[in-house]
Design a protein around this ligand. Structure first.
Ligand code: B4P
Length: 190
């Protein structure tokens, strides 16, 4: 059976991490979140984590080389997986091209790119809300949140055209209850 490889796409605060939790259980997929991987490096106090902490604290994107390397290691460590949910990756054209090369080499291409759409003011409200309880530095400052949204618009949103050209892009309304949005995603996966 072919593997289910989903790119869960959307601006910061769109619900990628939240929805991934439900989809990995439902479809038995391995969850690969570059945000979580970078935060784990930070917690472990590695050199990479310290460098990433500074960049993430400004709301900017970490270098392609670093995140591509992290994803490559995880794909190679999970060869028996039924498939993957890529959460927060790819975020640039270079990352998307690298991911396609890795998966196509194994004849396990991306199945679909599901893009959660949420208006900017709702994103800011959600992220400030999380910042108030999680202590995540990049969620606690409105200026940093807006920088993340601008980074998304400039470097990440163009990937809609990249996946659209492959017939894999599907827009999903990301406003509503968590359950409603899970339902929309499941319908899109089919
Ligand atoms: P991430 O960890 O990917 O952070 P995110 O996009 O802000 O989170 P996410 O979108 O998963 O949060 P969710 O909506 O679920 O990235 C952090 C940083 O890491 C980046 O800024 C960058 O520096 C770096 N980075 C990561 N990947 C990279 C890459 N590939 N390349 C370069 N740099 C990279 O949740 C947000 C909030 O909304 C939560 O509080 C949640 O409870 C709430 N929420 C969710 N669904 C909701 C709903 N339906 N209604 C109301 N609230 C909802």
């Amino acid at each position: 059976m072919s593997k289910l490889n989903i790119v869960l796409f959307g601006p910061p605060g769109a619900g990628k991490g939240t929805q991934s939790e439900f989809l990995i259980k439902k479809y038995g997929l391995v969850h690969l979140s570059t945000g979580d991987l970078l935060r784990a490096e930070k917690e472990a106090g590695t050199e990479l984590g310290l460098m990433a902490q500074e960049i993430m604290g400004r709301g900017e994107l970490v270098s392609d080389e670093i995140v591509i390397g992290m994803i490559r290691n995880k794909i190679e460590a999970n060869t028996a997986a039924k498939g993957f949910i890529f959460d927060g990756f790819p975020r640039t054209q270079a990352q998307a091209v690298a991911l396609d090369a890795m998966l196509n080499a194994k004849s396990e291409p991306i199945t679909a790119m599901l893009a959660l759409e949420v208006p900017e003011e709702e994103l800011v409200k959600r992220l400030l809300g999380r910042g108030a309880t999680s202590g995540r530095a990049d969620d606690s400052n409105e200026g940093v949140i807006r920088t993340r949204i601008r980074e998304y618009e400039n470097k990440t949103a163009p990937l809609k055209a990249y996946y659209s050209a492959q017939g894999k892009y599907k827009a999903i309304n990301g406003v509503g209850s968590v359950e409603e949005i899970t339902g929309r995603l499941m319908k899109a996966i089919g």
